[in-house]
Ligand binder design. Sequence first.
Ligand SMILES: Nc1ncnc2c1ncn2[C@@H]1O[C@H](COP(=O)(O)OP(=O)(O)OP(=O)(O)O)[C@@H](O)[C@H]1O
Ligand SMILES: [Mg+2]
Length: 329
Amino acid sequence: MKSTPQERPTVEAPSLQELRQRALAAASPKAYGAGAAIVCDRLVRIFSSEGIEVQALQGLELTIQQGDLVALVGASGSGKSTLLTILAGLDVPTAGTATVDGCDLLEMSAKERLRYRREVVGFIWQQTARNLLPFLTAAENIALPMQLRGRRATAAGSKGRAARVAELMDALEIGHLAHRRPNELSGGQQQRVAIAVAMANNPPVLLADEPTGELDSETAGVIFESFRTVNRELGTTVVIVTHDPMVAAEVRRTVAIRDGRTSSEVLRRTVTDEHGEESVNEREYVMLDRTGRVQLPVKFLEALGMEHRVAVDLATDHIEIRPDDLVGG
Ligand SMILES: Nc1ncnc2c1ncn2[C@@H]1O[C@H](COP(=O)(O)OP(=O)(O)OP(=O)(O)O)[C@@H](O)[C@H]1O
Ligand SMILES: [Mg+2]
């Protein structure tokens, strides 16, 4: 008997999860940054408008491990938002490579990109109003990404969604706000709902562009605590762009971007001394790119009047850099 199109068994396209696994399996274990949550290699983004070119990213290199909580800092115009919108799948780089959770951001089709934005990354904007739909309640806003994911509308499906909404609201302590619309919420409450929306489909990576920029410092502290909760409890890799020195000081790793490149980073770890006293050990590092370039801190260069050319010598366990001793030579 010939089957009608309706009766033919539907062949499910491989899920994004499967595609990701395959891509990871195919990658050589020694490949640059293999297994990391986020890998950017020589990433370039050039904007051209009215004949003027702006190189927003100039060969940026960045690796972020799974489960990390990282702050991105840098002067205005240094390329932070450009990087984040690329990682969010909202913009495409001009050159280089960017991989998030095994997904190649330059090679994705439009359909894959849509799935990527729904399932692999959650994104939170600075502008609180931009994160939520004004005519939906907090709970409806959180349920929406799950509905858009394209699961069939079954009773079991909607029960599962309701449970997930409740779980997220509980984790972010916003259960009492479930039935309020965004205009009935404070800025801080809206951002906490926005984190729940971003986490609805349980993406492995959460990105936020100045999520506390519109909030006072006390509220900002509460929001930052919510990011920590998500990172700790759900194992989500979290990247936050911030100008807030308090936020930057509270994460294990702060990466600074300068002129479209990662320039330096601060790593912090808690150390316990012989009396059992805990303190945070902070160390600044500069990035060494794959061609051997380093960007030295401006304050160091100014302190020793170094410019243009420096003398470099190899010692047994370090490299010495001194002011040019043959100026003009
Ligand atoms: N769509 C665009 N068209 C043209 N130039 C752009 C565009 N988006 C960003 N730029 C330029 O790229 C550079 C980097 O901008 P970006 O928004 O990434 O900076 P930022 O680090 O996020 O700054 P801020 O801290 O002010 O938010 C800037 O010079 C900016 O003017
Ligand atoms: Mg920005």
